[in-house]
Design a protein around this ligand. Structure first.
Ligand code: KIV
Ligand code: ZN
Length: 531
């Protein structure tokens, strides 16, 4: 890659930093599905995981490298601490990729050096240099991150970056790990690096930032004005704590405000050349996929992909938009792939129409998954007249994208009301194939359901979130229930959709419990490395 590209390199870290969101754990098949969607979206680099962290992470990086890392596909990257074992594992997992990158990092702020690493500045500088050179012995494309760069002494930061570039780093990534800097400060940090690191012309400047103060996207845009050419971001802005800079916001800012940004790339203001390689019409689909697979809902007022992002409520706005969209809309909903689909499926729609619509929505199901989804579609179509795209998405999510189904709900019956004590009866099929039935009383129907299920499955947990959303408008709408549980300090989520909220709640709860049980089975095999 040219070290001063005339467009932005989009480095997607949904599968690595995004997966560090509490409760967002994805299995290998789910990671592959997201990686394929990211390739369709047109990202330049996919950070597929942290290969050394666990056998599951290693396998995910390797599978993404094998499947998506083709000659014309994106660069596939693995994170690695500045430790030989990590770097070696990353190189090994990345072998099948046509284009691969090792991303190695070490903290450089005094607070991290003193309390976390317990090392001096000179020791860290030497490690950075040595480990970049070690990574370089495996491949040419090496990225180096001085973690907590936003709070690192700038003179020391320049020295570390100079050493890393001299040792072979082709990208130097500047992380605002704790989301502390203001956009102006972040822009000045990039400017300082450009002016004070003597060999900076040999590397691409990248930025990585967290949204603790809600400033990540603004800081990145300021960084671009000062010379950053790679942005590390995630779909829907998911990630550690308050998340990362959101890919869709960055890309659409560069798309909608191209004329403003063109001069920073040495282009004429009127140039219509895109500033990223992203196919913006894939944005909405990819956002829905990531939300469905991670169980992390997109807030309605989220920029670009929230359900209200293109909805006009006030009479004055509606009036203006009817007269001319440009009065209150700065971008077209179709530019992110939101379509007004006129053809609604219903109970008379056949398998072919269903398959075609799934394809249009970006789902390619195997024949057996298609059969399962079609049976569910018919059930839903019997209950509600019109089955919308969102309903179909909910069906696929509920029926096909299951965590390992260890326990299965066979029956649920609830009685409740203001004159009776909420009581739930459940029958669950255990992994051994036996049916077990139990009953519980709760403060409300959902409490009774969870208590009855707990009596059968018996995995201790704390329910930390239960949210219910109707998939579409109307009294016959399907409800989508998302449940998040805490078990031994880890968060697990489950999501299910049904026209009956009681059934959806029970299924979502069992899905989250299945994730815990699957995790308990695999954690015995490997102790993950701490990030
Ligand atoms: O936030 C951070 O500093 C990171 C690094 C590993 C790049 O995620
Ligand atoms: Zn991060």
């Amino acid at each position: 890659m040219n070290n001063s590209p005339d467009r932005i390199i989009i480095f997607d870290t949904t599968l690595r930093d995004g997966e560090q969101s509490p409760g967002a754990t994805l299995n290998v098949a789910e990671k592959l599905e997201i990686a394929r969607a990211l390739a369709r979206l047109g990202v330049d680099v996919i950070e597929a995981g942290f290969a050394y962290a666990s056998p599951g992470d290693f396998e995910a990086v390797q599978k993404v490298a094998q499947t998506v890392g083709t000659e014309n596909g994106p660069v596939i990257c693995s994170l690695a601490r500045a430790i030989k074992t990590d770097i070696k594992a990353a190189a090994e997992a990345l072998k099948p990729a046509a284009k691969a990158r090792i991303h190695t990092f070490i903290s450089t702020s005094d607070i991290h050096l003193q309390y976390q690493l317990k090392k001096s500045r000179s020791e860290v500088l030497a490690i950075a240099e040595e480990m970049v050179a070690y990574a370089k012995s495996f491949m040419d494309d090496v990225e180096f991150s001085p973690m907590d760069a936003g709070r690192t002494d700038s003179e020391y930061l320049y020295q570390v970056l100079e050493a890393a570039i001299a040792a072979g780093a082709t990208t130097i990534n500047i992380p605002d790990t704790v989301g502390y800097t203001t956009p102006k400060e972040f822009g000045a940090l990039i400017k300082g690096i450009k002016e004070n690191v003597p060999n900076i012309d040999k590397a691409i400047i990248s930025v990585h930032g967290h949204n603790d103060l809600g400033l990540a996207v603004a800081s990145f845009l300021e960084a671009i004005e000062n010379g950053a050419r790679q942005l590390e971001c995630t779909i829907n802005g998911i990630g550690e704590r308050a998340g990362n800079a959101a890919l869709e916001e960055l890309v659409m800012a560069l798309h909608v405000r191209r004329q403003y940004f063109n001069p920073f790339f040495g282009k004429a203001t009127e140039s219509t050349e895109p500033l990223t390689n992203i196919d913006t019409r894939q944005i909405y689909k990819t956002s829905r996929l990531v939300s469905n697979l991670t169980g992390i809902m997109v807030q309605p007022n989220k920029a670009i992909v929230g359900s209200n992002a293109f909805a006009h409520e006030s009479g004055i706005h509606q009036d203006g938009v009817l007269k001319n969209k440009l009065t209150y809309e700065i971008m077209d909903a179709q530019s992110i792939g939101l379509t007004d689909n006129q053809i609604i499926l219903g109970k008379h729609s056949g398998r072919n129409a269903f398959r075609t619509r799934l394809k249009e929505l970006g789902y390619e199901l195997s024949e057996s998954d298609l059969n399962k989804a079609f049976v569910r579609f018919k059930e839903v179509a019997d209950k509600k007249k019109a089955v919308s795209d969102r309903d179909i998405e909910a069906i696929v999510n509920d029926e096909i994208r299951q965590p390992p189904e260890l326990f299965r709900l066979e029956l649920i019956q609830v009685s409740c009301g203001d004159l009776s004590r909420p009581t739930a009866t459940v029958t669950i099929r255990t992994p051994e194939g036996e049916e077990s039935t139990d009953v519980a009383i709760g403060t409300g129907p959902v409490d009774a359901i969870c208590k009855a299920i707990d009596r059968v499955i018996g995995v201790p947990n704390e329910l930390i979130e239960l949210s219910m959303q109707s998939v579409t408008a109307g009294i016959d709408a399907m409800a989508e229930v998302t449940i998040r549980l805490r078990h031994q300090d880890k968060i697990y989520s489950g999501r299910a959709a049904n026209t009956d909220i009681v059934v959806a709640s029970a299924r979502a709860y069992i899905k989250a419990l299945n994730r815990i049980c699957a995790d308990l089975q695999t954690t015995a095999q490997a102790e993950p490395a701490a990030l």
